[in-house]
Write a protein that binds this ligand. Structure first.
Ligand code: ADP
Ligand code: MG
Length: 152
């Protein structure tokens, strides 16, 4: 299942993230693809704030992962841009970040190839002049349920 939407500005990107958050009803893994500056962290901000986080959301570039313990979910925001070797994910105890009650949002998942599970939802952000395009693809039944909820 596929769906795409044009995002006119960064507020639209945050709004999509908040909409995704409102549609989350089970543990989930979301992969975010896109070039530097495409809006992955901005989208994550919408998801994390939509799940109840009050403050800012910045990319956890040096720590690889930033966990947010929220009312109903623990959201684990990964940015793997600087990951030199997927094996490094062993050292941060990658498995502990996936499980019941946890939502994983992963920027640059391709850098962790072989060490990450399958995504439920893959979102690819691309430049459209000054704006962006988001392509959302459900890869599992959980991802389908989320997209169906989002579009209902
Ligand atoms: P990434 O994490 O993919 O590197 P960021 O989320 O940090 O990208 O966003 C980079 C810049 O793009 C930010 O200045 C952000 O405000 C801007 N931006 C995000 N979404 C949009 C959009 N839909 N249209 C225009 N600019 C956007
Ligand atoms: Mg980023």
């Amino acid at each position: 299942m596929n769906w795409q939407i044009e995002l006119a500005d960064s507020q639209a990107t945050v709004a999509l993230g908040r909409q995704i958050a409102q549609s989350i009803s089970e543990a989930l893994c979301i992969f975010l693809h896109g070039d530097l500056g495409a809006g992955k962290t901005t989208l994550t901000r919408g998801i994390v704030q939509g799940l109840g986080h009050q403050g800012n959301v910045k990319s956890p570039t040096y720590t690889l992962v930033e966990p947010y313990q929220l009312a109903n979910w623990q959201v684990n925001h990964f940015d793997l841009y600087r990951l030199a070797d997927p094996e490094e994910l062993e050292f941060i105890g990658i498995r502990d970040y996936f499980g019941p009650g946890q939502v994983a949002v992963i920027e640059w998942p391709e850098k962790g190839a072989g060490m990450l599970g399958k995504a439920d939802l893959t979102i690819t952000l691309t430049y459209q002049q000054e704006a962006r395009m988001a392509q959302c693809c459900a890869d599992t039944p959980a991802g389908e349920r989320l997209l169906n909820q989002l579009l209902s």
